[in-house]
Design a protein around this ligand. Sequence first.
Ligand SMILES: Nc1nc2c(c(=O)[nH]1)N[C@H]1C(S)=C(S)[C@@H](COP(=O)(O)O)O[C@H]1N2
Ligand SMILES: [Mo]
Length: 287
Amino acid sequence: MRTKLKEVNGIDWFDGAVMNCKWTGPLLKHVLENAGIDLPDDKLSCAHVAFACFQTPTQDDEYYGASVPLSRALNPESSIIIALEQNGKPLTPNHGAPVRIVTPGIAGARSVKWLDRITVQTCESSNYYQQHDYKVLPPEADTKEKAEKWWSKVPAIQDMPVNSVIGVPKCASTVQRDERGCVEVKGYALPSGADGPIVRVEISVNSGKTWTDAELLPAQDENQPGVELKWAWCLWKAKVKMNAGKHQTIWSRATDQSGNTQEKCPDWNFRGVAYNGYGEATGLEIV
Ligand SMILES: Nc1nc2c(c(=O)[nH]1)N[C@H]1C(S)=C(S)[C@@H](COP(=O)(O)O)O[C@H]1N2
Ligand SMILES: [Mo]
């Protein structure tokens, strides 16, 4: 968002940030149900489950915290887990050892690492990172001062938007066409929140005039061949005809099962978060 639109108060995400691996641990739902949820019925629908880590102060608060709606945590489909293992091994310190939350489809900011406390409560987490960050502010909130009045009015990001990334060819590379004048394009795509799987990825080499369908290679459950993994990324590949020449661009556009699809470019926002414009490989020299 910073490089394409204008300066943001945030970091360079490049193509985006994603974790795609195998997480193992009890479902949060089962732990909450075993503990017993002590809330009046009329509070259940708006309640949140808050996660906190008190190991160290953070840049902007005394601890790190986040929350997700209780209804989501109690939905068996949501797969929110208290992770103990990553790719079959105990969590490493960097990734939250000994115990962290993993919230599939939801922004990584809610996957609290080095977990100390889980609270079922009638309001969202009051932590800085839930209230004053990770929100898509409207474009008019373009300074710290103007942003201030928006933080309490804009919802915290939960579900991430549909997205796709071109991994091959790399930006600014020289690409050799095959004997039929085609270039191989490969990448990954992610659905919006729980709206997976990805059902279509299209490629354009002419600024969106025409699109070619990519072949989808969805991640499969190793124990149940043929069963697509709902939360994993979908790898894809395509062969597209291109003319020789410099300064060429390839775009990718993903659509998920619920019909969410990428726009060329979303509106600018102050923190530069949730960018999900078309995947792009730019500055290509095709030979
Ligand atoms: N305790 C704690 N948990 C945290 C954070 C943090 O700063 N402190 N950062 C969050 C954010 S913003 C992200 S994107 C993920 C990153 O998880 P990873 O390091 O395993 O990729 O952790 C989340 N959990
Ligand atoms: Mo993050």
